[in-house]
Structures are given as structure tokens and as C-alpha cells.
Design a protein around this ligand. Structure first.
Ligand code: PLP
Length: 465
């Protein structure tokens, strides 16, 4: 996320396309006005909080892939609470599960037995490939905590300290995960990344080896090998990467890259961590987990966001002998495995299965990509379209040949206009010029058509400006 640079609004010429029909009627909103909320926020909340849009949105209700503001206006949500609402806002089966749990018992911690955490552990473990050994879960509350814990586990297990992450990666903002993160916009002037090395980003759009090079994966992987050889004691604790970078702008690891890197890391005694905070739960369409698209099996998987459909829950999943390393000392998390969060996550995983959400991400994602590629033929500002399933990125540029990122003021105008037309999307990448399209996976083809129409209008106005 980043705040928007103020610039003159783009000329608004085209009429708003109609949103696909929806029979949900939002309840009348009776809370404080948008101005009052903004004032309260300015006075009582940290200024570190940022909002999207020059005129921030007050969102007060959600129904599946739609969000409603305080006036009852409906928006198509193509960002899913930052890739978190997997099966739809307030999905009825998820709501039923937490309502029941809330009325019965809300919290005890893991010092007593409770069925929900045990049942969720079993369910989550069942989603990993048979034979992967990934069968032991540690539940936390956020992706940052999960990544902290994964690194701690790897260090405890291997006895090594050095960790390798990728440039342009986002792994969270707690101390260790901020060290793993390598996007300058998030780095503070504190001691950071001690013992963490950031390898070259295998970016086939902007990097040295492109989409047309079948050996790109192996060539980029060489950098990790060289990093271990030159910048570590020759032994590492872990390598961590997302199969498709999320905040970094939907950059997918090239074919063969993870395989080659995992070999180098394991040869140096390290464990391989796949950060699946954004790429899990069928979102990439082809497989349930992003790493499966790359023919590798990590030693540790971290997940958050989509597992809970909006409740704060995350997990570290690993093999039993690796999990054993945390028995050396005490380790505890007060809210990790909370009965209500576990009820919500269990219901979410069941819906993903029952409603064939992964298949849906594949089909609807393919349809959306076709629409976006068609748009790219007409719009000179679309430099690259990438990603899989319902985890897509559209990189906006000034010029397709020079690949210069779209200027921040134009990006701000474009972004404001998409919101005014009724579409909510995300943005990412170091220059904030990559559209992040990662909707609730109940998205439909008419939603995709609406999205493409809005992008077309907003981009055509930017191109004329
Ligand atoms: C890939 C990835 N890992 C970790 C995190 C951190 O998760 P959280 O914000 O829940 O701490 C994020 C958050 O955006 C993420 O995208």
C-alpha cells in the first residue's frame, strides 16, 4: 500500500458500466458519517495507517464479491481485503460456523484441549500433497508472525543462522519478517536484515533474462548459489520465497527456478520455506498451493490471509521432525488456535472444497486473463500481464518499449477513476504501478467483464491526459 500523490483528476468522459446484478440489500447504515470517522481516525489512530484513494472509502457491509459504502452504493471487490476473503464476504456457511462458536465459547488458549484447533490442523494438513510430509501445524494470528516462526524453526532445526530471501519480496512487518522484506518503501532505519541476504529477483519482465528464455529460471537461480558461496559461512538456515510475489507485483518465479534454488539451499544444510500467504487455497487455479506449480516440496509452508476468510489466523506447516525443533524451549501464542478463528478457518476450507473454489479460480482466472490480454492490445499503458488463476498483475507503463512505470500522478488519477466507476482493485510493486487483481474467488464472468470495461475506460482517459 502507499498513499496517493495528489494530481488533477482525469477528464471523466465515459459513463459508468453497469455492475452485474446482485439481490443483496444492504442494511441502512446508522453509524458515524465518513467525515466523523476520518476525524476520529486522525485524532485517535496512528498516522502510520494509510488509506487508498484521495477521497477514502467508508465500507460498512459486504456480500460475497461486493462491498457497500455508508450510502448503500455497491462496489465490485477485486482485492478481497488484500487477498484474504477467499470464498466471499460474509459467506453464509462461514457466518453460521462462527455464530455458533461465538455463542458457545470464545477463548481459552491451548493450555486446555479444544476440538476446533485439532480439527483445523487435520483439515489443513489434508490439503498438502500426499507424501510431502507437511502435516504439523502451528497456528498464529498473522502472516508476519508465521514467517517469524518459520525462520525461528529453521534456525532451531539446522543450527545455522543465515537466511536467503528475494529482493522485491514482502513477508510482513514484524522484526524478522521485515528483515526478510526487501521493498525499500517498507524498510525503516533500524538494524534490519541481520543474517538475511537478498538474492536477485527473477523478474522476466524487467530482468536480464526474459519470458522468451527457457533457461531463465536456472540462470537466475545461479545468484542464490553464488550468494551462499560468497556471503555465508557455507551453511544456511533457510531460503524463503513466494511462488508468485504478492505485494511485489505478481512476479512469478520462472519455471525451474525454485527447483534449482532448493537444491543449492539444501546442499548448504538449509530448509526451504514457501510463503503461501497469498498463493494458497486454490487461488492460482492449477493447484491448491503455489509451490505445486513449480514441482517442488518445501520443508516449511507459511500461510495466513485466505485461510480464515477475514479472521486473524495464520499457520506454519512443516514436517514432524522439523516441528520438534521448537520443543527445545517453551513457545506460546495466546490467540493462536483461538476457537472462533479456527471455526471460521475450518468452515472456509470446507467451502473451498464443497464449492470447488480452486476449479473456479482456474476457469474464471483464465477468462479474466483473456479479457485483460484483449485490453492490452488496445491500451498502450499495459506493459505486462502476469500471474495465475485469480492472482493476477497488470503492470502499467508510460511506454511499452521503455517500460517506464506509469507516473504516480497518472496512477493516482487512474486509481481514483476505477473506484468512482465502482471497481476496487489493489496496487503493488516498488513503483506502485502494478494492478493487483485478486478478488474473492466467488467472482463471476460478468464481474470480469465489468472489471475489464472499467479498466478500459480509466486507461483510455489516462492515455488521453
Ligand atoms: C506474502 C506475504 N507474506 C506475509 C505477509 C504478512 O502478513 P500479515 O499482514 O498478516 O502479517 C503478507 C501480507 O501482505 C504477505 O503478502
Amino acid at each position: 500500500m502507499s498513499t496517493m500523490t495528489a494530481a488533477k483528476p482525469a477528464a471523466t468522459t465515459a459513463a459508468a458500466p453497469a455492475l452485474p446484478p446482485c439481490d443483496h440489500k444492504p442494511r441502512p447504515y446508522t453509524g458515524p458519517s465518513k467525515k466523523e470517522v476520518l476525524d476520529l481516525r486522525r485524532e485517535f489512530l496512528t498516522p502510520a495507517l494509510v488509506t487508498y484513494y484521495r477521497d477514502p472509502l467508508l465500507i460498512v457491509e459486504g456480500h460475497m464479491q461486493y462491498l457497500f459504502d455508508e450510502t448503500g452504493r455497491r462496489y465490485l471487490d477485486a482485492f478481497a481485503g488484500i487477498v484474504t476473503v477467499s470464498v466471499g464476504h460474509c459467506h453464509p456457511k462461514v457466518i453460521d460456523a462462527i455464530r455458533e462458536q461465538n455463542e458457545r465459547l470464545q477463548h481459552t488458549t491451548t493450555i486446555y484441549l479444544h476440538p476446533n484447533i485439532a480439527l483445523l490442523g487435520k483439515k489443513l494438513a489434508s490439503t498438502f500433497p500426499k507424501g510431502s510430509g507437511l502435516s504439523v501445524c502451528y497456528f498464529t494470528n498473522s502472516g508476519s508472525e508465521a514467517n517469524d516462526l518459520a525462520v525461528l524453526t529453521a534456525r532451531a532445526k539446522t543450527g545455522n543462522y543465515d537466511v536467503i530471501a528475494l529482493r522485491n519480496a514482502y513477508h510482513g512487518t514484524s522484526p524478522t519478517s521485515l528483515g526478510l522484506t526487501a521493498l525499500a518503501t517498507w524498510k525503516y532505519n533500524v538494524v534490519h536484515s541481520f543474517g538475511i541476504h537478498h538474492a536477485r529477483l527473477p523478474d522476466r519482465y524487467r530482468g536480464h533474462w526474459g519470458y522468451d528464455d527457457p533457461q531463465a529460471g536456472a540462470k537466475y537461480a545461479e545468484d542464490v548459489h553464488d550468494l551462499i558461496r560468497t556471503a555465508t559461512p557455507g551453511a544456511v538456515a533457510a531460503f524463503i520465497a513466494e511462488p508468485i510475489q504478492g505485494v511485489g507485483g505478481a512476479i512469478e518465479m520462472p519455471p525451474g527456478y525454485l527447483k534449482a534454488v532448493y537444491e543449492s539451499v539444501r546442499a548448504a544444510g538449509g530448509l526451504c520455506i514457501s510463503d503461501e500467504v497469498q498463493t494458497g487455497f486454490g487461488r492460482t487455479g492449477d493447484n491448491y498451493w503455489g509451490f505445486e506449480n513449480h514441482g517442488v516440496t518445501p520443508d516449511i509452508v507459511t500461510t495466513a490471509k485466505g485461510v480464515g476468510n477475514g479472521t486473524p489466523i495464520a499457520a506454519v506447516v512443516t514436517r514432524p521432525e522439523i516441528a520438534q525443533a521448537l520443543k527445545q524451549r517453551l513457545h506460546f501464542n495466546t490467540f493462536g488456535g483461538n476457537p472462533v478463528s479456527c471455526a471460521q478457518a475450518l468452515a472456509t476450507l470446507n467451502v473451498i472444497e464443497e464449492e470447488k473454489i480452486q476449479q473456479r479460480a482456474k476457469e474464471i482466472g483464465a477468462y479474466l486473463q483473456t479479457g485483460l490480454r484483449d485490453l492490452q492490445k488496445r491500451r498502450r499503458t499495459i506493459g505486462d500481464i502476469r500471474g495465475r488463476g485469480l492472482m493476477l498483475g497488470v503492470e502499467l507503463v508510460e511506454d511499452k518499449n521503455a517500460k517506464q512505470p506509469l507516473a504516480p500522478a497518472k496512477m493516482a488519477d487512474f486509481f481514483e477513476r476505477t473506484k468512482d466507476l465502482g471497481l476496487l482493485i489493489g496496487k503493488g510493486g516498488l513503483s506502485g504501478n502494478v494492478l493487483r487483481i485478486k478478488p474473492p474467488m466467488c467472482f463471476t464472468k460478468p464481474d470480469c467483464d465489468f472489471l475489464c470495461k472499467v479498466l478500459d475506460i480509466a486507461l483510455s482517459e489516462i492515455e488521453k491526459a
